[in-house]
Ligand binder design. Structure first.
Ligand SMILES: [Zn+2]
Length: 300
């Protein structure tokens, strides 16, 4: 089953999905730029509907506890749009970590994750369906980042739910090491944001370890063109890894919305997918990227 904010569903019911999104998020309490947040159901629903018009039916909402995740709003969004939404338990980058993590061993942090996966979140009966997005800083693990990742490994091993990460090239292999050392099934690991790294040898070195990788920042062309993303995906499919790639947009601020002239939640369906088709992707491979891979990873 896949654990959504409206309850458990069969993996066949999940549908075409975005594997790493934020619908309700606040990074502004650390960044203070006035933009790094999405606060209301009303502002995000029209943006979600634009992706649904392109046959998106589901999303993994990876906002963490310290991104001020709001599961009641996610439930409301799911009820109003009929989008299947999986919500997350986890912590993000060091600068966002709450002070109570300071003296908490990994085993106790794992208990927080496990409670949110199996009992409920913030006093509700809404449960997380994944441990995400567990972050490490660009130049290496900082502060408690290693500890929150170890905790994710413990909770995944104990519950069977998947772990999805926010990871750069420096910490990618160590992230996999830590999770595998805790006994996590490699197919329950998504190493996120790997489309920001234009290095096929790096992608292959992760995929050979049995983990999945996220091409999950589509449309963020200031960092990487969608053409490069699409070419790299086609290469990895040719190498036999079409079952281990998931797609998303990672919209983390309202200024990425279509109402601000950007692609919002539609870069995958409106930009990346047409490029993949132009480069000759087979329907069955596209179906894996959009639908069956993420459903398999979430299924528990
Ligand atoms: Zn994210």
């Amino acid at each position: 089953m896949i654990r959504t904010v409206l309850g458990d569903i069969k993996k066949e019911e999940f549908g075409n999905a975005l594997a790493h999104e934020h619908f309700i998020i606040d990074l502004d309490h650390v960044r203070h730029d006035g933009e790094s947040k999405i606060e209301t159901v009303e502002e995000v629903i029209p943006e979600i509907k634009k992706a649904m018009a392109q046959r998106i039916e589901a999303a993994v909402e990876v906002s963490t506890i310290d991104m001020w995740r709001d599961v009641l709003k996610l439930k409301e969004i799911s009820e109003k749009t009929h989008l299947n939404i999986v919500c997350s338990t986890g912590f993000y980058l060091s600068e966002y970590h709450p002070a109570y993590l300071d003296d908490m061993p990994a085993e106790d942090i794992a208990k927080i994750y496990e409670k949110e996966l199996t009992e409920g979140i913030d006093g509700t009966d809404i449960k997380a369906g994944i441990i995400a997005e567990i972050a490490s800083s660009p130049k290496g693990f900082v502060g408690h980042e290693e500890k929150i990742l170890e905790a994710a490994g413990i909770a995944s091993k104990n519950t069977g739910f998947a772990v999805s990460t926010h990871t750069g090239i420096v910490t990618a292999q160590k992230t996999v090491d830590i999770l595998l050392n805790k006994g996590v099934n490699p197919d329950k690991i998504i190493i996120g944001h790997q489309d920001l790294i234009n290095d096929r040898d790096h992608h292959l070195s992760l995929l050979r370890r049995g983990v999945n990788i996220g091409f999950d920042t589509c449309g963020k062309v200031a960092y990487q063109t969608d053409e490069t993303r699409a070419h790299n995906i086609m290469f990895l499919i040719e190498q036999g890894y079409g079952e281990h790639i998931v797609l998303s947009n990672d919209v983390s601020r309202r200024t990425y919305f279509t109402s601000y002239g950007k692609d919002g939640y539609t870069a995958v369906t409106n930009k990346l997918v047409p490029l993949l088709k132009e480069y000759g992707i087979k329907d069955e491979d596209l179906n894996k990227l959009l639908k069956t891979n993420i459903a398999r990873i979430l299924d528990n």
